[in-house]
Design a protein around this ligand. Structure first.
Ligand code: SF4
Ligand code: MG
Length: 335
């Protein structure tokens, strides 16, 4: 019955500073009209430069912040309409793994206490039950049960991130949001954690929303990829298709600028030029126009809509994915 998760026109504006009149208060347009869906057991990656709004999307989904507009549906149920106890059940379904496993783990609790805590928020466990649960969760993330007695400070970065994952698994979620979950780790440890996540997905059918600025990581783990620029999705496609043939000029530039592990892959010539503009006062029309080599007059005035092209891919670009406005065009031609 419909996708596991459906996000419709999600928007978040943060007011900044103070103004006399409401409409003079400047806002940060952190997330603007973002829509996507996630199927059970799939990995959707959200990629983009820092400040593009990808972390805000995660916080909106976790209901850590309230949206300015739009809807989030779990199996077609709008979570905004949930009662308190239903929201608790919803929160069990969706768990999060953070970038820095050290600051997100309580330094005074043992590994065992850290990973069983989410369950103990819902039910009382005996010491024996707690130990059994901790041992099981540690084994799921490839750690030995004896580690349950260690403090976070006695663990390596990779072990701490495994702990963060074990904690997220404790409530048997159907979806895990991982925000830059491997960015702080060494490359060899990154690979181990990504493989662990993929194994867990195979075994438990968990869906992931994997947020990253690192295209190498995204290419490794993603089924589908959403590319964000200044709060908006500009391209969403199957992972392989996106890397093989980026359509949006921003996607193309991102891939061209990324360090390539595979030397046989053809590199495109154009790196992204210029700074990412501020989301406080984003450029008019297509926000990418000041950096886009293909920009035309229309790009400066009109926000390009996301247009479906092929194989479920959507692209927001007046030049690469022009909206077919047959009636309008023929009306112009007729005059
Ligand atoms: Fe470039 Fe225009 Fe396409 Fe935006 S809409 S990406 S400015 S060509
Ligand atoms: Mg972030």
């Amino acid at each position: 019955s419909g996708p596991l998760l459906k996000v419709e026109n999600l928007t978040k504006h943060y007011p900044i500073g103070a103004g006399f009149l409401k409409n003079t208060i400047p806002v940060v347009r952190a997330v603007e009209d973002v829509s996507f869906s996630v199927e059970a057991g799939e990995t959707l990656c959200i990629v983009g430069e820092s400040g593009c709004g990808k972390s805000t999307v995660a916080r909106l989904l976790m209901r850590l912040v309230e949206p300015t507009g739009g809807r989030v549906l779990i199996y077609e149920t709008d979570i905004a309409g949930l009662k308190k106890h239903e929201l608790r059940a919803y929160r069990r379904q969706m768990q999060m793994v953070f970038q820095d496993p050290y600051s997100s783990l309580n330094p005074r609790l043992t590994a065992g206490q850290i990973i069983t805590e989410p369950v103990e928020n819902f039910e009382r466990l005996t010491r024996k039950q707690r130990n059994a649960l901790a041992a099981d969760l540690l084994q799921k993330v490839g750690m030995s049960p004896e580690m349950m007695h260690r403090l976070p400070s006695e663990l390596s970065g990779g072990q701490r991130q495994r702990l963060g994952i074990a904690r997220a698994l404790a409530l048997k979620p159907s979806i895990i949001i991982a925000d830059e979950a491997v960015s702080a780790l060494d490359v060899s440890v990154q690979a181990q954690i990504l493989n662990l996540l993929m194994d867990l997905q195979q075994q438990m059918g968990i869906a992931f929303i994997f947020i990253s600025h690192d295209l190498g990581v995204v290419e490794h783990i993603g089924h589908r990829v959403a590319v964000m620029y200044l709060g908006r999705i500009v391209e969403l496609a199957q992972c392989e298709a996106l890397f093989a043939k980026p359509v949006h000029p921003y996607t193309e530039a991102l891939i061209a600028a990324a360090p390539v592990a595979d030397p046989t892959r053809v590199r495109l010539p154009a790196p992204v030029e210029g700074e990412v503009p501020s989301p406080i006062n984003p450029p008019s029309g297509c926000a990418f126009h000041p950096r886009c080599p293909l920009a035309v007059d229309r790009c400066r005035v009109e926000v390009p809509p996301l247009v479906p092209i092929a194989d479920g891919r959507v692209v927001a670009c007046h030049v690469r994915a022009p909206a077919t406005k047959v009636s309008e065009d023929s009306a112009v031609a007729a005059t």
